[in-house]
Design a protein around this ligand. Structure first.
Ligand code: LLP
Length: 425
């Protein structure tokens, strides 16, 4: 990822600021986001798909600044809770460019979405149709999409594969459940069904699965036209675009995705005699991930048996991805150079579990010692947003860098913050 560049002093920097300086100023563990990189990556999707709607998936990382950048770059926003909606609203994001998702939307999620006037609500289950319609005020119509399951297996790990039957999201195309839900939604005068949605999974690195999804969805659109006499103006293909966590890992290229997917959509629609719906894509990780770096300080180094453990001041509370998905990362020494040859070490966190491993068998200079700063690139997505306060270790701060200067976006969670929530006695 472009987010860590090696300056002449051998240290590492982001957005023109040395990582060691950031670690000293904001403490560790901390997360650094390169604002220019976030914006450039958002623009890359807008450039690749100029006629489509690009909605950033806020679950990857959300803060008021992030919302503002996404707004300024002309993207929409995909949210999945009243919390994300509230943050977006407070950051001034236009509600009509918001899409609400969720397989189990709470009354608060729906009430907030309707109060703010979000552009789309994605229906995930038949039971949601009448429930949502009953909440829409008389005389109003809420635009909705129906999430369908095209039966395409894609994604890096079973926990993040959502394009196949047998997982909790959406309504299968095969077997007619999707079609039944469409008929039901069409019968609700307070809902305006504008199209279909699907999300195949995450960390997908080629366009192939999306092309297959387009084929199945257009076939469904043709059946819906034949049987129900309807055509839809929109088609949302979700996100899931893969990034390189380590040098040499494959990544999805929007410039390669765009022509294949729009080409297939145009072709299939022409053959079926359907109008070409406007495409929506929902990249999350692809925009935020490579723009972020996690900074840790080494607390302990221990060699037991054949293994050397380098323990840092964060771990699975700020990055649960290795434990959850077997995710692999690179780790770099920041703040000083070392001439000592690299050896394979296991970088572990500070939490009370043997599974609290950040990176197994990664090369680091042989003289890595307590006090050293370690940087983990590609940390901008699904780290902070999935962070917990396990072991009552507060969640880390988020710092933005641009044009050689840094500012705090989200402050560190202190032990006092944690104690304040504990209101019983
Ligand atoms: N749209 C929908 C409906 C989604 O459910 C998701 C992700 C996205 C878009 C964005 O996907 P992305 O482009 O970021 O892959 N915690 C996991 C990833 C879970 C993704 C959940 N849904 C991880 O750390 O790998």
């Amino acid at each position: 990822p472009a987010s860590t560049r090696t300056p002449p002093d051998g240290g590492l920097s982001v957005g023109g600021v040395a990582l060691a300086e950031l670690a000293d100023r904001f403490g560790t563990p901390s997360y650094v986001l390169d604002e220019d990189e976030v914006r450039a990556r958002a623009r890359a999707w807008r450039t690749a798909l100029p006629d489509a709607e690009v909605a950033y998936a806020g679950k990857a990382f959300l803060s008021r600044a992030m919302v503002r950048w996404i707004d300024e770059e002309g993207l929409g926003l995909d949210v999945c809770s009243a919390g994300e909606l509230d943050l977006a609203a407070h950051a001034g994001f236009p509600a009509e460019r918001i899409i609400l998702h969720g397989n189990a939307k709470s009354p608060a999620d729906l009430a907030t979405a309707l109060r703010l006037g979000v552009g789309r609500i994605v229906i995930d289950a038949p039971g949601e149709i009448a429930r949502l319609a009953a909440l829409v005020p008389p005389g109003c119509r809420q635009r909705v999409l129906i999430r369908v399951v095209p039966g395409v297996e894609a994604g890096a790990h079973a926990a993040i594969r959502t394009g196949v039957e047998g997982q909790k999201f959406g309504l299968p195309v095969a077997g007619g459940e999707a079609e039944e839900a469409v008929a039901r939604a069409l019968g609700q005068p307070r809902l305006e069904l504008v199209g279909l949605h699907c999300h195949l999974g995450s960390q997908i690195t080629s366009a192939g699965p999306y092309v297959t999804a387009v084929q199945r969805l257009v076939a469904l659109l043709a059946r819906l036209r034949d049987r129900h006499g309807v055509t839809f103006p929109e088609l949302d293909l979700g996100g899931g675009f893969g990034i390189a966590y380590r040098d040499g890992d494959p990544a999805l290229d929007p410039a390669a995705y765009a022509p294949r997917v729009t080409g297939e959509l145009a072709l299939r629609c022409a053959r079926a005699g359907l109008p070409v719906p406007r495409l929506t894509v929902e990249p999350g990780r692809w925009i935020a991930g490579p723009a972020g770096v996690a900074l840790y300080r080494v607390l302990a180094v221990k060699t037991t048996g054949a293994r050397t453990f380098v323990a840092v001041d964060g771990g699975m509370s700020d990055n649960p991805r290795p434990a959850l998905y077997g995710a692999r990362y690179t780790v770099r020494l920041a703040g000083r150079t070392s001439r000592v040859p690299a050896r394979a070490v296991t970088v572990v966190g500070r939490h009370c579990e043997a599974g609290d491993v950040l990176a197994e068998d990664v090369p680091l200079p042989g003289d890595v010692r307590p006090g050293d700063i370690l940087a983990v690139p590609a940390a901008g997505a699904y780290h902070v947003s999935m962070a917990s306060a396990y072991n009552l270790v507060g969640r880390p701060p988020v710092v933005a860098v641009t044009g050689g200067s840094a500012r705090l976006l989200v402050r560190r969670e202190t032990t006092e913050d944690l104690r304040r929530r504990d209101v019983g006695a």
